[in-house]
Design a protein around this ligand. Structure first.
Ligand SMILES: N[C@@H](CCC(=O)N[C@@H](CS)C(=O)NCC(=O)O)C(=O)O
Length: 290
């Protein structure tokens, strides 16, 4: 496949795999591919997810809420293996018609409430527990502006830069240049903001930090796409300082482990059903016990 020879046909048709890393799960149609009910645990909140940056936002939020003493934030985190297409099971599609993790069901009330889209989940939880979202109109607007900034900006980092830098079957200079430029611009937006304030929304830690950290903190720390050197991330000193401060939080460390299926076995808590699971059910402990 040579990109320079490609002439788009009059009408696009889905007649061949595109060869990219996720070719086997990409489809131009939505809806379930198979019947599969979702498991339900005992806690009020049921999360179906994987520890990608979007998944981490929610598990970090839930661990932060529990650390603040909100026992109603107890949750079961079920692993949804997106590489295996589990997001296309009928039960998953019923709670997220967009077939993407994370998806949450709140079963604490008379009828279950489904929430999908990580930004909507963060907002739902912040409002439900009255936490990590300022109540004053000005700070609240600032927090929500940055939350929605993340939701709108990150597709250029993930679907744009990450896809062409790390996953596409060939390296296309045009695409990598275009998205590297945009991602560096985004990092500069954050760096200038964080030169003025300790946290993204101002003086306090909020859902804006929780939304932005797994992507841009992860990029700054070299965890995302292995692109730290390529993007000269060490230049963004304020982003680095902020990322270090967020990563130092125990709830952030725990949240990053939940539904993780790669990396050090001791960092992988594939399913979380109880706070004690962090001490007893990580992959290293399970391997030692078997
Ligand atoms: N805007 C969505 C994006 C979610 C998303 O892209 N999830 C990815 C993992 S990070 C996924 O489930 N991919 C599986 C697929 O596309 O089939 C959100 O923030 O929740």
């Amino acid at each position: 496949m040579s990109n320079s020879e490609y002439v788009p046909p009059k009408v696009w048709t889905w007649n061949k795999p595109n060869g990219g890393k996720f070719a086997s799960i990409n489809r131009p149609i939505s809806g379930p591919t198979h019947d599969k009910e979702l498991p339900v645990g005992h806690h009020p909140l049921q999360l179906y997810s994987q520890a990608t940056p979007n998944g981490q936002k929610v598990t970090i939020m839930l661990e932060e809420l529990l650390a603040l003493g909100h026992s109603g934030a107890e949750y079961d985190a079920w692993l949804t293996r997106i590489g295996d297409g589990q997001q296309f099971g009928s039960g998953f599609v019923a709670i997220n018609p967009n077939s993407k993790i994370p998806a949450l069901v709140d079963r604490s009330g008379p009828a279950p409430i489904r929430v999908f889209e990580s930004g909507a989940i963060l907002l739902y939880l912040a409002e439900k527990f009255g936490a990590l979202l300022p109540t004053e109109p000005g700070p609240r607007a600032e927090c929500l502006s940055w939350l929605f900034w993340q939701m709108g900006s990150t597709p250029y980092l993930g679907g744009g830069f990450g896809h062409f830098y790390a996953y596409a079957p060939e390296k296309f200079e045009y695409a990598i240049d275009r998205f590297a430029m945009e991602v560096k611009r985004q990092l500069d937006v954050l760096d200038r903001r964080l030169a003025q304030v300790p946290y993204i929304a101002g003086d306090s830690y909020t859902i804006a930090d929780i939304a932005i950290f797994p992507w841009y903190g992860g990029l700054a720390k070299g965890w995302v796409y292995g692109a730290a050197e390529f993007l000269s991330v060490q230049e963004y000193k304020n982003v680095q300082r902020w990322a270090d401060a967020i990563f130092a939080r125990p709830a952030v460390k725990r949240g990053r482990m939940v539904n993780r299926i790669s990396g050090e076995p001791s960092s992988q808590l594939r399913e979380r059903h109880d706070a004690s699971d962090f001490a007893t059910n990580t992959q290293d402990k399970l391997a030692a016990a078997s």
